[in-house]
Design a protein around this ligand. Sequence first.
Ligand code: UDX
Length: 435
Amino acid sequence: MPGSQHEIVVIGTGYVGLTTGACLARLGHRVTCVDIDAAKLAAIEEGRLPIHEDGLLELVTAGQKAGGLKFTTDLLSSVGEADFVFLCLPTPAGPDGSADMSSIVDVIGQLKGHLPSECVVVNKSTVPVNSAKMIADLLGEPRVDVVSNPEFLREGSAVEDFLNPDRIVIGSDDPLAGERVGALYLGSRCPVLVTDPVSAETIKYLANAFLAMKISFVNQAAEFCDVVGADVLEVMRGLSYDPRIGSEFLNPGPGWGGSCFPKDTRALAASARALGRPMTLVDEAIGANDEHIAYVANVILEACESFEHRPKIGVLGLSFKANTDDTRESPALAIIDRLVRYPAEVVAYDRLARVEDTAGLARCDNLTDVLTGADVVAILTEWPEFTELSPSDFSGTMRGNTIVDTRYVLDTGLFAESGLRVVSVGRQRPRIDKR
Ligand code: UDX
């Protein structure tokens, strides 16, 4: 695409930054990715990516080979010729839930006075509303255009989401700067919403909050189904035919987690409270998620109650969802924490998950070791390899006969024929009669 190639600097090589850099290089731009972590960049350059993301390694390798994708720790010398500087920096939750902006403030302090006059700063980090203005103010005079361009990348399909987005949101006070950012995505066939920065920043928070609320609703509905004896999967199917509700994001599970929903809902709730207009529905969604995680852990522990010895629980899946190695805020880890404190012996298998703190948890590198001698098995992540398991994988290997399927991946009827009890929240699970 001669003529539409631009010099782009992407600051931060987390899953958003690395995906953004590699995909912009794929779109034909000359991209330099900057990070303070030299060891991480060296590993990326050697083809060892810090995250597992479908198709990303191929894009990084191709970009490097074509010369359009470079990596450096030298921020200032990289921005000298930049047409665009993308901010893809972490904004973790601070102690009160609000987004910690220190990485961004630090980088902007370094950039001040060093950006070429036509350079546009594009913010992809999820930031409190009004941050574009705050960043522009920090950059000082002469004024630099700061455009909000939130990401809507799902881990596991981030490359696909970047190259085939369902929408592009651009928030800019300057129409020309907004247009220039939009032109970077030329060829994407999706609605492009050009709006003001405050609205763009708000869209990002509310999109994630809405999705989190939707799952909290589904999970609370599953608990209700337990009480009334309905089947949550049938109920959700019934809801999904209403186009106003839709069929996406209606899967009950062990609770929502990951690097975005927990952090972004807390940040939104904190800022709404600070602004004197609390978003109580978001507060409720967060609380309902915590309660649901506890509820799911109790379902697993109820299945352990019949054993007089310290039960062995085999856990399948640690990542917060399938197709990612990310365990940040994974419901699986929160549930395991409760199981370990029961106290149960917990052994877990996940082919990819990165777990830093494994206190009280024994990790196995194969499925058989987890199933062997297990009193109860709990499926906590919907990895495809677990959906393919058959009754014969469990019977004769497990000591007990109960599998708690928190992801609804097993065929309950088929397993029952083999004398195995599959228990799932909201599926008329037989209650243990304590009288
Ligand atoms: C999310 C948003 O989808 C994405 O647009 C945003 O930019 C970043 O945050 P991600 O964190 O990758 O993406 O995960 P997502 O696929 O949205 O799932 C979030 C959590 O909800 C997971 O724990 C998942 O297991 C759970 N979930 C999702 C359900 O329990 N049921 C569903 O139906 C969907």
